[in-house]
Design a binder for this molecule. Structure first.
Ligand SMILES: O=C(O)CCC(=O)C(=O)O
Ligand SMILES: [Fe+2]
Length: 201
């Protein structure tokens, strides 16, 4: 999945493969972006993206998801510049034809994403999901769907890249829980290869 790993500019402690077996592969690359660059993209995206309150159906009601969201196709002529730059950068490390990015803004410790797997009906089969983190560090929990329910906790630091293979979405849920200690805002960029028929959804 990765190429030219040795040539990546690394500002952290180096890439780590957190999981690599029949259930899938997860890689964490701290310091994928330089700290200044991560800060710059964070500020520009926080100010420049049309953030929306996400809605999801829960039983009969619609409820707000506890974070702000946005999404873009990468061939959008109005793609905000930092997203185009980020997509190009991610493509240098992950060999996948990413065509869409989902953005999440966690405003504070109360914002979260519930455990889930990304919707495979929307993702072209076999392609990974790459999460670029900006802003404050939040902890991701990855938990196997079946017993024994193996759990991974990963602190997603600013400027890091977290890559989950397609297979992991079948075997694991991932989420960002609310936390008890105060934390500043975080933005994540989720790069995906969307199926053509799902590209506008
Ligand atoms: O914020 C993150 O790093 C995770 C986001 C996520 O799981 C998603 O957008 O599907
Ligand atoms: Fe997800």
């Amino acid at each position: 999945m990765f190429h030219a790993m040795a040539q990546l500019p690394l500002f952290g402690t180096g890439p780590r493969t957190l999981l690599d077996d029949a259930s899938g592969r997860i890689d964490y690359i701290p310091g994928f972006l330089a700290p200044d660059e991560a800060r710059d993209w964070f500020e520009r995206l926080r100010a420049g993206v049309r953030w929306q309150s996400g809605r999801r159906r829960m039983y009969e009601r619609e409820v707000d998801v506890p974070r702000l969201v946005a999404s873009h196709l990468l061939d959008d002529p109005h793609l905000p510049a930092p997203l185009a730059e980020a997509a190009a950068r991610v493509r240098t490390a992950v060999d996948a034809p990413f065509n869409a990015v989902g953005l999440n803004l966690y405003r504070d410790a109360q914002d979260s994403v519930a455990p889930h797997n990304d919707r495979l009906a929307h993702i072209a089969e076999g392609h990974p999901i790459a999460l670029l983190s900006l802003g404050d560090t939040r902890r991701m929990t990855v938990r196997a769907k079946l017993p024994p329910r193996r759990v991974l906790h990963v602190d997603l630091e600013p400027g890091s890249l977290f890559v989950m293979s397609y297979a992991t979405q079948l075997h694991y849920d991932h989420g960002i829980p609310k936390q008890h200690t105060p934390v500043g805002p975080r933005i994540s960029l989720a790069f995906r290869v969307r199926r053509r028929e799902a590209a506008t959804d």
